[in-house]
Structure formats: C-alpha cells, structure tokens
Design a protein around this ligand. Sequence first.
Ligand SMILES: *[C@@H]1O[C@H](CO)[C@@H](O)[C@H](O)[C@H]1NC(C)=O
Ligand SMILES: *[C@@H]1O[C@H](CO)[C@@H](O)[C@H](O)[C@H]1NC(C)=O
Ligand SMILES: *[C@@H]1O[C@H](CO)[C@@H](O)[C@H](O)[C@H]1NC(C)=O
Ligand SMILES: *[C@@H]1O[C@H](CO)[C@@H](O)[C@H](O)[C@H]1NC(C)=O
Ligand SMILES: *[C@@H]1O[C@H](CO)[C@@H](O)[C@H](O)[C@H]1NC(C)=O
Ligand SMILES: *[C@@H]1O[C@H](CO)[C@@H](O)[C@H](O)[C@H]1NC(C)=O
Ligand SMILES: *[C@@H]1O[C@H](CO)[C@@H](O)[C@H](O)[C@H]1NC(C)=O
Length: 469
Amino acid sequence: MPPPAGKTPAAWPAYIKLLPLLAVLLYLAVISRFPTVTQVKWQAPASVITPGSETHTARTAAQAGGNSSSSNSSSSSNAALLEAAKQPVVIGLQRSGQWPFWQAMHAPQRISDIGVRAKTNMQGPAMDAAHPDWHELNCTCQGVPIDCVFTMNASRFATADGMYIHTPGTREASGIPPRQHPKQIRFAVSLESAAYYNWIDDPHYMCNYESEATYRSCSQVQSTMHHETQHDFVTGTNMVHAPELPYEQKQDGVAYINSNCGSPSGRAKIMAEWVTLPNARVAVHAFGTCSNNKPWPEEQGRKLSKREVFQRYKFCVAMENSISFDYITEKIWDALSSGCVPIYKGSSNILDIMPEPQAVIIYGQGGNASTVAELDALVADIMADRSRYERMLAWKHKPLHQLSPGYQRYHAMLQGGTNECRMCAHIVQRRLSGDFLRAATCLWNQTWLKQAGQVFQNVTCPGDVSAPA
Ligand SMILES: *[C@@H]1O[C@H](CO)[C@@H](O)[C@H](O)[C@H]1NC(C)=O
Ligand SMILES: *[C@@H]1O[C@H](CO)[C@@H](O)[C@H](O)[C@H]1NC(C)=O
Ligand SMILES: *[C@@H]1O[C@H](CO)[C@@H](O)[C@H](O)[C@H]1NC(C)=O
Ligand SMILES: *[C@@H]1O[C@H](CO)[C@@H](O)[C@H](O)[C@H]1NC(C)=O
Ligand SMILES: *[C@@H]1O[C@H](CO)[C@@H](O)[C@H](O)[C@H]1NC(C)=O
Ligand SMILES: *[C@@H]1O[C@H](CO)[C@@H](O)[C@H](O)[C@H]1NC(C)=O
Ligand SMILES: *[C@@H]1O[C@H](CO)[C@@H](O)[C@H](O)[C@H]1NC(C)=O
C-alpha cells in the first residue's frame, strides 16, 4: 500500500484515491450486510461533548466528577484527573503538505479497500483555512470526557499541547518543528513500516519527539488502521467479530487480491508460484492484477467489495507488502472480519495478537508452511476436513476472555478510542503525571528492541531538546 520513500506526502496514500468512487456503494453493502452483529460496542463516553464548544468540556467533566462509573480511583486522584481533563487538548497539524493526508484520513466518509466507515466522531465541516479546527468527538481519558481538538491554525501552535507530525512526510529532522514550550508533546506519527520509511529507526531523528504514535507496540500511543477499516462508526460495532458465512456458502479455494506486484515482502512471487504450481490441489483465484486469473466478481451488475469476495472463500491471502517487526496492518483484520482463514506473511510476532494461534496460517520460515508445495498440501488437508477448518474460525464465537492475552490487550487498546482520541488522552495523562520530558520512545525501549531484534544505539540527544526550560 505505501509507495516507496520519496513520493510526496500528497501522493502516497494511493488507496485514498479510490475512496470517493466506491464509498457509497460499499457503505451500503457493508452496513446492510451486518445488520445484527453483536460485537463489543465502542466504549460510550461518560458524557457528551457539545460540538464546537471547547469550554463545554469543563462542565461535562465536572458533572462527571465522582460519579463516573467507568473510572474507579480514589476520589483525590479522580479529582486530579478531572482537573487535568478540564482544559481542551489542542494538537497542531504541522505542515500544509500534510493537510491533504490528514483530510483524506478524516473525511466524513472514509473507506478502505475492505469497506467504508462513516466517521461520525468528528464535528463541523472538513478542515480548511476558514475552519482550521477539528473536534474529535467522544474522546475520554479513563472515562472522563476530553475535548480533543486538532488544528491546522498555525497561530495556535505556540501554545498547542501537542504536535501531530506525520513522519513519512517528514524525513529530515530539520522539518520537525522545534518544541514551542516545555510542555509540548511532539508525536512521531506513522502507520507505515520502517522498511519503507526507515528514519523512525534512526535515534538522531527520533530525538526530536516526545512521544511515538506508530504501529509499533512500544508506542506511547499505538496507532493502527483498525478503526478506519474495522470499526463501523454508524453502528458502533467492531467488524472483526462479524459472523462468517455458513460453511456451505463458501467456495473451496483461496481468494487472492493483490495489485502491488513489486512489494518487497515477495508476496506476488510466492503467490505466482502457487497459482502456477503443477498438480496443485488447491484452487487459487487471483482477482487483482498480480497473477490475475479471475475477473472481479459482480452480482446484478454490481462489483462486489473486497469483503464480499473474501467472505465467499474458505481461505484468503493476507500478506503484508513489507516485513517489519510489529507491522501488522488492516490486511489480516480484513481477512479475519470477512470470515476466511488468512494465509499470512509479515511480522514475526503475528501470533501475539491473533485471537487464537490456529486462527491463521503463517507462511515462511518457522511458520506453518515454508514452501509453496507445503502450503498447498496444508490448505488442501484442512479443506478436506470440515471440523478442522471450523476449529480455525471458532474464535469468532468465543467470549473475549477466552481469547489470547495479546488479543485482549489489543482489543482493550482499541476500546480507548481512535488513534487521535488516544493521543489526546495521552496528553491528559502527561498533565496528570507532570512528566513532560522526552519519552523513552521505541528506540529507547530496551524490552522492545530486544523483541524486535534491534540494537540499542546510545545517542545523546543534542541540547536535550525536550527538557523543560
Ligand atoms: C454522585 O455521587 C455521590 C456519592 O459519591 C452522590 O452523593 C451524588 O448524589 C451523585 N451525584 C449524581 C449526580 O449522581
Ligand atoms: C475499585 O477498585 C478496587 C481495587 O482496585 C476494587 O476492590 C473495587 O471493587 C473497585 N470498585 C468498583 C466499583 O469497581
Ligand atoms: C458519541 O456520543 C453521542 C452521545 O452519547 C452518541 O449519540 C454518538 O453516537 C456517539 N458517536 C460515536 C461515534 O460513538
Ligand atoms: C487561529 O488562531 C488564532 C489564535 O487563537 C485566532 O485568533 C484565529 O481566529 C484563528 N483563525 C481561525 C480561522 O480560526
Ligand atoms: C516497551 O515496549 C513494550 C512493548 O514491546 C511495552 O509493553 C512497554 O510498555 C514499553 N515500555 C515503556 C517504558 O514504554
Ligand atoms: C500454525 O502454527 C502455530 C504455531 O506453531 C500453531 O499454533 C497452529 O496450530 C498452526 N496451524 C496449523 C493450521 O497448522
Ligand atoms: C549511554 O551513554 C552514556 C554516556 O555516554 C552513559 O552514561 C549511559 O549509561 C549509557 N546508557 C546506556 C543505557 O547504555
């Protein structure tokens, strides 16, 4: 999905260009297809924040005081939390070059290649020079509502609590704004892998950030595409647990959709080998441009969505386009939510956040199959054994507490709200703790470095850029 480094920020989210075209169609398709999903609702806020009113938060927070059922803390620390949440949290959007990215990500109607979500937890018209402020709605910190404002009004940067800095578009440290005041938190934001945008692995570059908001689990605010692709903002449901089609309605075979044939993970090559494997036992239907052997399915003249295609197959391919530790994108969740069994290649720790270890077939060294012939045999064996197949999807029907601890943690993280809400909640926590020092972002986290197999580089950040004056 990401273009190679060097493209302009305005050009990189290629998938976003597809959005308006398919939005309405897929919106209807997805919403009507899951009328009765019974998943966990997005955590309701303790109170409503009136759109457009920053001062309103103080009132709602005060009303919640002492009576917030979702915060269980002593009354004194509760009072401190309420105090910390009183003032709006203002986060600046750094550069004009990043605004199109931000706006595309936060358009009222958003769509990924799997479906569409109408993001309703925003207020007001799309951001532009006349409307530079964006209120992310329904944000809370430990159950206490917070007014979470993103602004591209540069006049507010000097006092902003935080700065949102999209690192794929900010390669040079010189492009990172200096800290404007000793309590400002600059977030290094990226949903794209370090394999493409490798400067997030450079400690000299990362010296300029107080907090990290990337896909990496060591982030202060771990950020994912999950809400965008898997959260239905209209019904408030998490699509991952949407029920799958009945066994009989799913085709024997593997659905494969890929039109980025040069991605460095090598997935196109692997799949080309499978599609052309002599005496293959499994049918692989390739709908994308890579190894294409099937036209995109239609029903009554309507092209099906990716989700609808995946739903109709017993297996599907979910291989990352690049391989980095922790880089686990929406692809695997798209597959799991569609109810096909994913064939995965990507982050080595994928099983840590899968609901169950048998929910996915891992391709590659140390995985379930390390050659295409082995993969073909394994998938064919499972396909011939209905109860074995159904055990792989059993997690869909289990309560959360029976699923893996890693999945439960991931799920709990998502319950904290969108990436943006959790950035605001992080600021409130900083206010509470009084700790505005440079965070030990991922490259200073020895535990994570060890897990990721990365070497600690002991650099001294020049001028202690982040120390309070
Ligand atoms: C809030 O809780 C206190 C007890 O902790 C109670 O006396 C008071 O009536 C509650 N207020 C509301 C509005 O529920
Ligand atoms: C609050 O937390 C304490 C200990 O952490 C626990 O004993 C108590 O039951 C909790 N109260 C509520 C209302 O959840
Ligand atoms: C936000 O909260 C309001 C009031 O509780 C609710 O009506 C609305 O549906 C919520 N929006 C989302 C996206 O959860
Ligand atoms: C930008 O922020 C400044 C300072 O808070 C404010 O005076 C101005 O009205 C804002 N501009 C817009 C268009 O909101
Ligand atoms: C370090 O990273 C791990 C994830 O690998 C995380 O659980 C832990 O909280 C991080 N530690 C700090 C101090 O941020
Ligand atoms: C794949 O490997 C994992 C980890 O060893 C294991 O738990 C899982 O059952 C395997 N799945 C299949 C289909 O063999
Ligand atoms: C990093 O280097 C400094 C001095 O250069 C030293 O004091 C510090 O202990 C080192 N930290 C680690 C974790 O090795």
